[in-house]
Design a protein around this ligand. Structure first.
Ligand code: GDP
Ligand code: IMO
Ligand code: MG
Length: 423
């Protein structure tokens, strides 16, 4: 049995949800380790489409236990909505959803501060879910955790203490109305009544499960290039989506991780602001967006689209220690006469050796492209690698070689059956 980390290897939305759903057939536990309801993980089963924001995508398989680790920031409103939606669809979470007592809570003022800061000059293009402000409080050691819900007195004190500072900020800096502590205390005490039964000592639970030989899939949200340390800072999220974050965000030690699986899209997309060297601002970009239905699963924003960036994926593979890889949305390229792949960058006329995460250098990067012929035929009904047209196989071999990763899983459509394993 094994412990596997699954990571987004570009700027998010690579199709992690779909791959987790497929892999979780063979895992007993699926655990989210970072991020929050900024994530939107889509799983299509038959004619049903589920978009999961906080609950691991393994929840759609009834034998799988799902765990939300300490590294996740939890908005109780979003969590309860998600639980309700699943229950409505006859997917029962009772007894198979657990939440770490050490996960931090997103408070109403986090969402408000996120939206205020996005209306100013230093925009990131966030999802507006309060993610950044919540992690700020966590690292400033002022955060309110799930465990605080269990003690009414502590909860009230912490909310009042935090609100003193936030209201000061809202009033003086942003000229905004103050928030009412009573209302928030009442609201979070109500949440507690529902959330209580899911709270667990997650590190103890997961490490015991490993001892018992159980298999665990750690589901990353976002992607490596949105990582607060290794991404295109400041145009990143405020957590650690890369594989290292899986340990701190779950309580599973590095010595217990068996492998890392990277998810890449057959081209590149990004939502929000920040440099994107292979972005296509022309008809080809529009075509990728239209065929790939590239609109945010959380915010509905149009995703920026561009060619596959092998130089970026090679960097991502290094940072994450990717052993195996899934490539998704290959079918979206089927209508292109020719397809470009970025194999490196030039900055100031010089070829660069290492991927530049510094935004100024990355903004100045000019992609070096190789052009490959398109296969111009529908591949969405292929069920094995050998059924793929030879030009599609050539494209896969090329991006695999240029990125330094091996593809074990290929996605040629959003449905479960439109994904196959490569021997
Ligand atoms: P995630 O955040 O990484 O889980 O990805 P999203 O769910 O935000 O976005 C991926 C989108 O692509 C979803 O709408 C999926 O249903 C869809 N998708 C996943 N794999 C494939 C594929 O192989 N082909 C096509 N056409 N769509 C896919
Ligand atoms: P999944 O898990 C794509 C982006 C936002 C913004 C930046 C910071 O579905 O792949 P935040 O709200 O996190 O403070 O926003 O990160 N972002 C994502 N982009 N997929 C996601 O999640 C994302 N989560 C955050 O668009 O640029
Ligand atoms: Mg998504």
């Amino acid at each position: 049995m094994s412990v596997v980390v699954l990571v987004g290897s570009q700027w998010g939305d690579e199709g992690k949800g779909k791959v987790v759903d497929i892999l979780s057939e063979n895992f007993e536990i699926v655990t989210r380790y970072q991020g929050g309801a900024n994530a939107g993980h889509t799983v299509e089963i038959g004619d049903k489409k589920y978009v999961l924001h906080l609950i691991p995508s393994g929840i759609l398989r009834e034998n799988v236990i799902c765990v939300i680790g300490n590294g996740v920031v939890i908005d109780p409103v979003a969590l309860l909505e998600e639980i309700e939606l699943l229950e409505k669809n006859n997917i029962h979470v009772g007894g198979r959803l657990f939440i770490s007592h050490n996960a931090h809570l997103i408070m109403p003022y986090h969402k408000l501060l996120d939206s205020i800061s996005e209306s100013g000059e230093n925009k990131i293009g966030t999802t507006g879910r309060g993610i950044g402000p919540c992690y700020i409080d966590k690292y400033a050691r002022k955060g309110i955790k799930i465990v605080d819900l269990l003690n009414r007195k502590t909860l009230e004190e912490k909310i009042r203490e935090n609100l003193k500072e936030k209201n000061n900020l809202l009033r003086k800096l942003y000229n905004h109305d103050e928030l009412d502590a009573e209302v928030i205390v009442h609201q979070y005490l109500e949440f507690d009544k529902i959330i209580d039964k899911y709270i667990k000592d997650v590190p103890a639970y997961l490490n015991n499960a490993i001892e018992e030989g159980k298999s665990i899939l750690l589901e990353g949200a976002q992607g490596a290039l949105l990582d607060v340390d290794h991404g295109t800072y400041p145009y990143v999220t405020s957590s650690s989506p890369t594989s290292g974050g899986a340990c701190t965000g779950s309580g599973i030690p590095p010595t217990k991780i068996d492998s890392v699986i990277g998810i890449v899209k057959a081209y590149t997309t990004r939502v929000g602001l920040g440099p994107f060297p292979t972005e296509l601002l022309d008809a080809d970009g529009e075509k990728l967006r239209k065929i790939g239905a590239e609109f945010g699963a959380t915010t509905g924003r149009p995703r920026r689209c561009g060619w596959f960036d092998a130089f970026l994926v090679r960097y991502s593979a290094m940072i994450n220690g990717i052993n195996t890889c899934a490539v998704t949305k290959l079918d979206v390229l089927s209508e292109f006469e020719s397809i470009k792949v970025c194999v490196g960058y030039e900055i100031d006329g010089k070829t660069v050796k290492y991927f530049p995460t510094d935004v100024e250098r990355l903004s100045a990067a000019v992609p070096i492209y190789e052009t490959l012929p398109g296969w111009k035929q529908d591949i969405s009904n292929c069920r094995t690698y050998s059924e793929l047209p030879s030009l599609t196989q050539d494209y896969l071999s090329f991006i695999s070689k240029q990125s330094g990763i091996k593809f074990n899983i290929v996605g040629i459509g959003p449905k479960r059956e439109q994904t196959f394993f490569v021997d």
